[in-house]
Design a protein around this ligand. Structure first.
Ligand code: BGC
Length: 541
């Protein structure tokens, strides 16, 4: 293999990947739902933004009970998004523009509409077709109690009883039955699914619930004190982060490695001690650093996370994979609008409108983006963060679509607030998202956040991202060294690739080092930056 090809195969190590929540990106056929045609028509925007790759949330045939994380057919595109030929055309167009394309693989569960599950429920108890999932008899005299005490991540019990008396396991929604990864057909089919998409030019996969899949075969009750969604540090949880999962990942990796330049990124909510196991050279290439996502906006919380990542690079263990927002969490412009001690984390979080200072939130979001883009490793951006979009916290109950809302008995609104279709224009139907009313309503102030309203406007969040991405490409490339600079407890400062990053989390202005100011996320008098501002300074050589 030549050096050039080797380098290209490692494209993901420093890449900036843009997460496309396809349902909410651009609606090409005017039905209120984003689609492949809409995305294809906006690829130029993504190229001009300056990202290297796209990750597209599940696009497969699905009843969309959980936004497509309930897959009915892994080898077909949902008709609301387009078709297979459209997906191939999208991949080809993206490649022509120099953009890689990652798909989203959902291996922990299928949809209850999947052919395997339909076969299983139309068969009799004990039929072999049920072995691809977890079907069990209930407990209690008439089997009316679930087989164990596991709870669904979305609320309520993790077991549902069907008419013939058997129960099946679903760690998420009732329409998302868990697959049995000890079953050879399940293992073989997913290897084939990887090949199916790699053969169509997909450059990699984000893998959903990567820390799930394997279960303790005895399906024991969760012991008192063991959290249902918690992170055990010894692999002893009956369904999260079990050691057996690594054998499965190794099989996938060998398929990926039989092609050139493919990448697999894990969505693994595991303890930092166990994360490196997922990143061994025969497993995932990347795993999101969710500690960086969930950390509050303080230097004290973020510095150790950067230190930890640098140590992993130095010991050759892994390249960091930074992320601030995704389709499961409250947008960071809104999280950061709260005082650090109140900033919510996780997928089941809610915010209370009254406490929000959106102006502060946006300043911090802009500073955070520059800080993240200055770090070594790869970065994932969530659609709309480049526009400074906030969480839509006041969606009316009748439009809520996330299963969390129903499964928590209307206690938790869920994740729709970060999934509202993005605004492209100041005016017109759905602010340019599409001709029809969008599947979730957009608030009127989205006009001011639209691509049109920000393009060419100095200091807008969109132009800030464009400039930061261009500077990152020019200066903060692979291999540049990292050196901390001590500017006090409230400042995160370091030098990389001839650029000094200064992020001021404190109340007082900080003096900038000598050099040319290339970019700031907020106001600067040319010598100092104030609270919640990041500056990049070119260090004199
Ligand atoms: C995805 C969620 C989804 C869940 C179940 C996740 O972690 O990111 O959006 O609801 O997996 O598939």
């Amino acid at each position: 293999m030549t050096e050039a090809i080797e380098h290209d195969d490692l494209w993901w190590r420093q890449a900036v990947t843009y997460q496309v929540y396809i349902r909410s990106f651009a609606d090409g056929d005017g039905d209120g739902t984003g689609d492949l045609a809409g995305l294809r028509s906006r690829l130029g925007y993504l190229r001009d933004l300056g990202v290297d790759a796209l990750w597209i949330n599940p696009w497969y045939e699905s009843p969309l009970n959980d936004g497509g994380y309930d897959v009915a057919n892994y080898r077909a595109i949902d008709r609301r998004y387009g078709d297979l030929a459209g997906a191939e055309a999208l991949i080809s167009d993206a490649h022509d523009l120099g953009l890689k394309v990652l798909a989203d693989l959902v291996p922990n569960h299928t949809s209850s509409e999947h052919a395997w599950f339909r076969e299983a429920i139309s068969a009799a108890p004990g039929d072999a077709s049920r072995d691809r999932y977890y079907f069990r008899s209930g407990r209690g005299p008439d089997g009316t109690e679930p087989p164990n005490n596991w709870q669904s991540v979305f609320g309520g019990p993790a077991w549902t009883r069907i008419d013939d008396g058997d129960w099946y396991l679903h760690l998420f929604d009732v329409s998302q039955p868990d697959l049995n990864w000890d079953h050879p057909e399940v293992r073989a089919d997913f290897l084939d699914i990887f090949r199916f998409w790699f053969d169509r030019g997909i450059d990699g996969f984000r893998v959903d619930v990567a820390h799930g899949l394997s279960k303790d075969p005895s399906l024991p009750d969760l012991a008192a004190g063991v959290p249902a969604f918690g992170i055990e540090q010894d692999g002893s949880h009956p369904y999260w982060d079990r050691d057996e999962v690594h054998e499965i990942i190794r099989e996938w990796r060998s398929v990926a490695d039989s092609y050139a330049g493919k990448v697999m990124v894990a969505e693994a909510w595991v303890s930092p001690e166990r994360l490196p196991m997922y990143l061994k050279s025969d497993q995932y290439h990347q795993s999101f650093d969710f500690d960086f996502l969930t950390a509050p906006w303080t230097a004290a919380a973020r510095r150790p996370l950067i230190e930890r990542a640098i140590q992993l690079i130095d010991s050759n263990a892994a390249m960091p994979t930074w992320v601030l927002s995704n389709h499961d969490v409250i947008r960071h412009a809104t999280r950061f609008a709260l005082a650090p001690e109140n900033q919510p984390t996780g997928i089941n979080a809610s915010v209370v409108d009254d406490d929000l200072d959106q102006h502060v939130g946006l300043n911090r979001a802009r500073a955070a983006a520059m800080l993240m883009l200055a770090l070594p490793g790869s970065v994932y951006l969530y659609q709309g963060e480049e526009l400074g979009l906030r969480e839509v916290t006041d969606l009316p109950p009748e439009v809520l679509d996330d299963p969390i809302w129903e499964r928590t008995g209307h206690k938790i609104k869920g994740r729709d607030g970060c999934r509202v279709p993005i605004p492209w224009t100041r005016s017109g139907p759905a602010f340019g998202f599409g001709e029809a009313a969008p599947w979730l309503p957009q608030p009127s102030d989205f006009a001011d956040f639209s691509v049109e309203a920000q393009t060419g406007v100095a200091g807008s969040t969109l132009e800030l991202y464009r400039s930061a991405l261009a500077l990152r490409r020019a200066h903060l490339s692979a291999g540049s060294t990292f050196a901390w600079i001590d500017m006090g407890d409230d400042v995160i400062a370091f030098e990389r690739g001839g650029i000094t990053n200064v992020t001021n989390f404190g109340d007082e202005p900080v003096e900038l080092p000598n050099g040319t100011i290339l970019l700031t996320s907020g106001p600067s008098d040319g010598h100092t930056v104030g609270t919640d501002v990041t500056a990049w300074i070119q260090t004199p050589s």
